[in-house]
Design a protein around this ligand. Structure first.
Ligand SMILES: [Zn+2]
Length: 296
């Protein structure tokens, strides 16, 4: 899987963001774009805040920073280092572990881990672009006996439903979700959120998919014994995801976050839009994701 990201080189990145001031300016422009709207009272006019890129509402006097109410909200990571984390996560082919980030940026590993979780939140699918054409769906176990290197200490395996969109002999997109059970309800919800109604969906003979033809008229269920032969791209995609997961992460805790991270990069391997800019936009438009929520 050779992937090239259409992205900033490290040199370009460092030229664009030499200091914290430039980072704040970038965030302010991204957050407010052409129009300011006070998040307390909705008023549309502001004056400069306290000398930074903060903005103060001229009606209720509330001062808002470029990071307030975003995924950067109250982060312990200094803003320039936060930008580096996002840069590495978006441009490294296989991502980067919190341990490696900690070494590169002279931050505590725990601090990097926590901020990385926020970036992974930003990588969550928007569900705005359902898969079309040829789509294969199947469930797989992660952790436990089927996959001994992962989750040995956790002692629990998780079920994940995976869907791929096929293009020619390859795979153009992939989504996955950790589910409690492979029930019809869970499968239907995932498929409804990621697959277009007119897609030619293929599944195996599992009863959980029975009756979903009402949602996806072109759905076909194939006999399970043929599965290995009939779904080669899907099973290869799953294998590669698991291999990647073993390399970066050794438990099935927070599995969904890692699924989000993997599929986010995978689905953009041919994208024209800069992946760094895309991730920044998401960081600014999503609400804060505090520690309490992350570990819950
Ligand atoms: Zn206001």
């Amino acid at each position: 899987m050779e992937k090239r990201f259409n992205s900033l080189s490290l040199f370009e990145f460092q030229t664009q963001f030499p200091d914290e001031d430039k980072c704040r300016e970038y965030l302010a422009n991204l957050k407010w774009q052409n129009e300011f709207k006070c998040s307390k009272c909705g008023h549309g006019r502001y004056c400069g805040g306290n000398g930074t890129y903060d903005r103060q509402c001229t009606s209720c006097r509330y001062i808002e920073s470029p990071t307030a109410g975003t995924l950067f909200h109250k982060s312990k990571v200094p803003i320039l280092k936060a930008f580096y984390i996002i840069y590495y996560l978006s441009t490294s082919k296989n991502g980067i572990s919190s341990t490696e980030l900690s070494r590169k940026l002279a931050l505590r590993q725990k601090t990097c881990w926590l901020f990385k979780q926020k970036v992974m939140k930003a990588m969550e699918s928007s569900q705005n672009f359902p898969m079309e054409g040829k789509v294969d769906v199947d469930e797989t176990y992660v952790g436990g006996q089927d996959d001994q290197a992962i989750g040995r200490n956790e002692g629990k395996k998780k079920i994940m439903v995976v869907a791929i969109e096929r293009k020619g002999k390859g795979v153009s997109r992939m989504y996955g979700r950790v589910i409690e059970t492979a029930s019809k309800k869970n499968l239907k919800k995932f498929m409804g959120e990621h697959i277009g109604k007119q897609a030619q969906v293929r599944t195996d003979g599992w009863t959980g998919y029975k009756g979903l033809e009402s949602e996806f008229p072109k759905l076909t269920r194939e006999k399970s014994e043929k599965k290995g032969k009939n779904f080669p791209q899907l099973h290869r995609s799953i294998m590669m995801f698991k291999a990647w997961l073993r390399g970066v992460h050794h438990s099935v805790h927070y599995l969904q976050a890692y699924v989000n991270e993997y599929t986010y990069r995978f689905n953009r391997h041919k994208m024209k839009e800069g992946i760094f800019e895309n991730l920044m936009k998401r960081m600014v438009s999503k609400p804060p994701y505090p520690y309490k929520l992350i570990i819950s």
